[in-house]
Ligand binder design. Structure first.
Ligand code: 8YV
Length: 316
């Protein structure tokens, strides 16, 4: 039987690439120098797209594949897939929810602790001899017992809140509606600005969409204030990055721990000049265990589709 032909938008680890190549005829878009020419050549043969959360599939790519049936995303976020283009042609879309939830929540909490306690600077303090030369490391702010806000109490937000409870933080959350599975002591706050005003740490754990674009803007940042910390483990588009940079530069916002950036992997060089940020390379799901489970789920969705079975984790 001939193998279905798929378009691969970005690289995967070897342990995913080998089985993907065995099951499908894979056309590596990311390796093509002339992308348009490549699509013009193979587009008509493509029945599936294997992509990653941050790469998605644009309307142009989808249009260049007239026989496309399914897009499988290696990631929970599918905001980079043009869903309107998929709906218009009944193209199925899948993602990899659940398998990455715990790791993303872990990284968010780790970023809060790392930045609050100055652990990056403290590690340098040991390595560069400052400890012996200058003495004790400058004091930093306490974490436990403070107030945390979770903007978006979905799967990841829920796991963040659960972990924060272990640090004796007071927890509030903002969501379109109160969540029945929220712990009784997690306060519901309907408005993001009000939430920010109420907390020391604001976690952004929203699934990104046109509706959430720049939901963290000037007002939320001002409400969080000069002692507040913003932690983003969702998508850059949820935050007005220009407003964030200005607030961090002017110290009207205390600090920010960020795993995602507009235009990543390039980022605005203004971030690099700041000493009140912790910058991470979009690796919240980046553990061996989770990435293996994501790769398996990406392939299982493609396999199910081409075998005519129900998709495991459909988006559309
Ligand atoms: C990336 C993600 O897919 O889950 C998501 O939405 O953005 C990530 O897990 C991952 O970095 C691989 O590219």
């Amino acid at each position: 039987m001939t193998k279905p032909q798929i378009l691969q938008m970005g690289p995967y680890p070897e342990w995913d690439q080998v089985p993907l190549d065995a099951q499908f005829t894979v056309h590596r878009y990311f390796e093509a120098e002339d992308k348009a020419g490549f699509l013009a050549k193979v587009g008509g043969d493509i029945r599936g797209i294997a992509t990653r959360g941050e790469l998605g599939a644009t309307a142009e790519t989808i249009a260049a594949c007239p026989n496309l049936e399914v897009i499988s995303v290696y990631g929970v976020g599918y905001d980079a897939v043009n869903l309107d283009a998929c709906r218009a042609r009944s193209i199925r879309v899948t993602n990899t929810p659940d398998v990455l939830t715990g790791d993303v929540a872990d990284l968010g909490v780790a970023m809060m602790l790392t930045l609050s306690r100055g652990m990056i600077g403290a590690a340098s303090w040991v390595r560069d001899g400052s400890w012996a030369a200058k003495g004790l490391y400058p004091l930093r702010s306490r974490v436990w017992g403070k107030r945390a806000g979770v903007l978006g109490l979905g799967r990841i937000g829920y796991e963040v809140a659960k972990r924060l409870q272990g640090f004796d933080l007071d927890i509030a959350y903002c969501n379109p509606a109160p969540k029945p599975d929220a712990a009784p002591n997690w306060r519901y706050v309907a408005d993001p600005v009000e939430l920010a005003r109420d907390v020391d740490f604001l976690f952004v754990t929203l699934a990104a969409s046109a509706a959430t674009r720049h939901i963290v803007g000037k007002d939320v940042l001002a409400a969080l204030g000069p002692e507040g910390m913003l932690i983003n483990i969702s998508r850059a588009s949820n935050i007005d990055e220009e407003a964030l940079l200005t607030a961090l530069e002017n110290r009207t916002l205390g600090s920010a721990a960020l795993d995602v950036f507009e235009g990543e992997p390039k980022l605005n060089p203004r971030f690099l000049a700041l000493d009140n940020v912790l910058l991470q390379p979009h690796h919240a799901s980046g553990t061996f265990e989770t990435r293996k489970a994501m790769g398996q789920l990406l392939r299982d969705n493609l396999t199910a589709h081409f075998a005519g079975r129900n998709l495991l984790t459909p988006v559309l």
